[in-house]
Design a protein around this ligand. Sequence first.
Ligand code: ZN
Length: 140
Amino acid sequence: MPSSFRILQVDHIGIAVNQPDKIASFFHLIGLPFLGVEEVSEQKVCTSMFDVHSVHLELLNATHEDSPISKFLLKKGDGIHHIALRVDHLENAIQELIESGIQMIDQQPRKGAGNKRIAFIHPKSTGGILVELSQEIHEL
Ligand code: ZN
């Protein structure tokens, strides 16, 4: 059990897609509220968020061919790209995980979509699954 942070909930599931409109129209059909589109230019991705009772489904499509999402889609095709867990204290989480021997992609929080600070954990440390930690900025 971690001592300096807590996992609060699943924040969102990131899904890499070549054609976001197709799954978006399915999400509309089943009545999921659409929260909006946001471009995260430093990662060269465009995100479209849908809400499922405060857990979000985040569609990710590349805005440039050297985006990490382009590389993922080429290698694995459309599918779940990462799982994001909301934490109550992001710096503590990063620090404690590093001390536990976990390899972080981000050793410092960085800005994610939706007014959140995020840090990715390297899939090498999680059995091959990309895990994102996120914290809402207003929770600071
Ligand atoms: Zn994410």
